[in-house]
Design a protein around this ligand. Structure first.
Ligand code: IVH
Length: 678
């Protein structure tokens, strides 16, 4: 098969698998197989840049980080929906409609879940996705086209021409599934980062990120629920739909993700029982919902009903009441996580709520406890709304009998007695002692995990046994273990003890970036660890770097710099580092871990900036080629820049380089210079 045909075939296959995965939740292939198809397409497109198309799945993520979002004006304002919490008001809504339309009814409605997400609009013109924007104030929003492109279930093109359409603006909610949100938080915990509070705010925050590469890492999805402007190719052509249900059917045919579980009903009477049905059913949806939206089905009637300045008269949202219950806050327990984050957890007298028995609730942090004046023994109001975790809403001070004392947040770690710090600007308190027993178990598991030091045979059970027997009191102790003492542990034999000792021995030679990741400094995940290792000769050099020096390293910002400084501020942590070096672990960041001879430093002292899509190299590959030869790659063009490597669709950096008279080179020119320099 010709490369051209294969490219087309791969694009089709990837789109199909995206749809199976996101729309139908029925994937047919594994993630690895998907990645393989994607890589093959990337390679072929790299080989034949002339066949690149803007709607190829490979074009979802790309471009430089933006400096700011442009403002866009919505051609049709993005209005909101009037809310109600009562069935009576739903009946009133219908009465008002009858009056406004001067019709007896009954009307046809579409009922569908109200997704607790972030409203956006997506414009398609001549079959291509051309503009995406946030709702903003309803009149003007931010141009977030590059961010929306990263959302894998949003089509990058639509067969509009076939329907006689020139332009179509669809609107919907961007959201995270409950599962996607949980996985994201697990990964953050793993990297020692703070977990996010709820999917909606995290979605809003994700869409505001200026770097589309970061947005692509967030598990965002979209569901379309309405449309803005549309234009037919010829004025005279009939519109392809005259009702909401037809619109959904047509959109679904084009593989546009629409709000799931919609249904058509005649008359409000038939909808009232549905409201009760959904009070439970909502918890079975894969995303958070806070209500139902009830929409008049026929567009002609909608036009006649009109809008107020805030919301159309033809639809209404029925909001589910958050279920509440009263119970006793028996005790506040402070839990210590792997990274030392302290989380207050409320133990409750068990109470039935939203279909489950609730006995615990997160109290978030010290500020929240103080703000709500929560005291042990208090009667409290708990609520379970859309969120999975119940929350304590308020205490009921009138019900106190005098035995309840204001809660004092501990000043020492409840697990190790070590000091507690609260980093500036953060709400979470932390224990900074790396060997705090509560943290230690999870720290060691992380240190031994596949993506860190990958120590064969060191699983959860064994870590627990080693800690229980007092054989290990800190990470360095692992490397001091004797085969005999390990073999003497329950369920261990000579053979497994030998395997562990060998596994540990082998891990000593791991690249230092794995060691750095394994140590578990906050915000230092796999990638940051690699970046940091690329900037020093020996891992211990990180100890003496000032915050400014750390921030000078590309991709290192103030948060990472501060986390590193906080880590080394503790003497104990510095000792752990020294111990590991003495025990023979690999701290050497200079030697090439692949064992090949170091390359000639032909780019020594030169500064490069990359912009645009390169014909064959990814950005990371280009960066590595430069760095391996002693060059430096920075994020923005300045007078200090020596060369700007320019690919297709370059950003503003190319313009700036031109203004400053900086030499611009192509990938080919870079390749030519790799051995002899410029
Ligand atoms: S229809 C006039 N359908 O809720 C707006 N909106 O609180 C017509 N929302 O800004 C929108 N789920 O972004 C519609 N199934 C749904 C929805 C939905 C969530 C959002 C929408 C709107 C907000 C109003």
């Amino acid at each position: 098969m010709s490369d051209k045909k294969r490219i087309e075939e791969l694009r089709e296959q990837i789109r199909r698998h995206d749809s199976l995965y996101y729309q139908k939740a029925a994937p047919e292939i594994s993630d690895q197989e998907y990645d393989r198809l994607f890589k093959e397409l990337e390679d072929l497109e790299g080989k034949h840049p002339k066949w690149a198309t803007p709607d190829s799945p490979t074009r979802r993520v790309g471009g430089d980080p933006l400096e700011a979002f442009e403002t866009v004006r919505h051609e049709v304002p993005m209005l909101s929906i009037s809310n109600t919490y009562s069935k009576e008001e739903l009946v009133d809504f219908e009465t008002r409609l009858k009056r406004a339309l001067d019709l007896e009814g009954p009307f046809e409605y579409v009922v569908e879940p109200k997704i607790d997400g972030v409203a956006v609009t997506a414009i398609y013109e001549d079959d291509l996705f051309t503009l995406g924007a946030t709702r903003g104030n309803g009149v003007e929003g931010d141009n977030i086209t590059v961010n929306l492109k990263t959302i894998r279930n949003l089509p990058l093109s639509l067969p509009l021409k076939k329907m006689g359409l020139k332009k179509l603006e669809v609107r919907g909610e961007v959201y995270m599934t409950s599962e996607g949100f949980t996985t994201l938080n697990e990964k953050r915990e793993e990297a020692g980062e703070e977990v996010y509070a709820n999917p909606r705010n995290t979605t809003a925050g994700s869409l505001k990120l200026l770097d589309p590469k970061l947005v692509a890492e967030r598990p965002l999805q979209i569901a379309i629920h309405s449309f803005g402007r549309m234009a037919m190719s010829k004025e005279t052509e009939p519109k392809p739909w005259d009702s909401h249900s037809k619109l959904y059917e047509r959109l679904a045919e084009m593989n546009v993700p629409i709000v799931p579980d919609w249904s058509v009903h005649i008359g409000m009477e038939g909808i009232l029982p549905l409201v009760d049905e959904w009070a439970e059913k909502r918890f079975t949806l894969p995303f958070e919902t806070d209500g139902l939206v009830i929409k008049l089905n026929y567009f002609r009637l909608r036009e006649n009903a009109g809008s107020t300045s805030r919301s159309p008269r033809w639809l209404i949202a029925y909001k589910f009441p958050a279920e509440q219950a009263e119970t006793t806050l028996q005790k506040v327990e402070i839990q210590v996580g792997r990274t030392g984050a302290l989380t207050p957890v409320g133990h409750l007298e068990p109470v039935k709520l939203a279909g489950t028995t609730v006995a615990r609730a997160t109290l978030h942090n010290a500020d929240e406890i103080e703000r709500k004046d929560l005291r042990e023994g208090d009667r409290v109001l708990v609520e379970k709304g859309g969120e999975i975790i119940p929350k304590v809403l308020a205490s009921l001070p009138d019900k106190r009998d005098g035995s309840q004392k204001p809660f004092r947040y501990p000043t020492e770690c409840p697990s190790c007695g070590g000091p507690i710090v609260r980093p500036e600007g953060e709400v979470v308190h932390r224990c900074e002692n790396i060997d705090c027993p509560a943290q230690l178990r999870r720290r060691i598991e992380h240190f031994a995990s596949r993506r860190s030091m990958d120590i064969e045979g060191l699983g959860t059970k064994l870590v627990e046994a080693l800690l229980d027997q007092g054989l290990v009191k800190g990470i360095p102790d692992l490397y001091r273990l004797q085969k005999e003492e390990v073999a003497a542990l329950e369920r261990m034999g000579d053979k497994s003890a030998q395997n562990l000792i060998e596994g540990l021995e082998q891990s000593k030679a791991n690249p230092p970036s794995r060691l750095l990741h394994g140590i578990g400094i906050r915000h230092v995940g796999e990638h940051v660890a690699e970046v940091l290792c690329g900037s020093v000769r020996d891992l211990r050099d990180l100890e003496t770097k000032t915050a400014e020096e750390l921030e000078d390293i590309e991709e290192v910002g103030p948060v990472v710099a501060q986390a590193i400084q906080d880590f080394f501020a503790t003497e104990h942590n510095r000792r752990v580092f020294e111990d590991l070096a003495d025990l023979g672990l690999n701290f050497n960041c200079v030697s090439d871990s692949s064992g090949t001879a170091p390359l000639d430093q032909v780019f020594e002292g030169l500064q490069f900036v990359l912009t645009g899509t390169l014909p064959t190299l990814t950005r990371d590959e280009a960066r590595d080629l430069i760095k391996q030869r002693g060059g430096k790659v920075t994020g923005s063009v300045s007078k200090k820049t020596d060369y700007v490597l320019v690919g297709a669709d370059p950003g503003s950096k190319a313009e700036k380089a031109e203004n400053l008279g900086i030499t611009m080179i192509s990938e080919e020119e870079l390749r030519e210079a790799l051995t002899k320099g410029f």
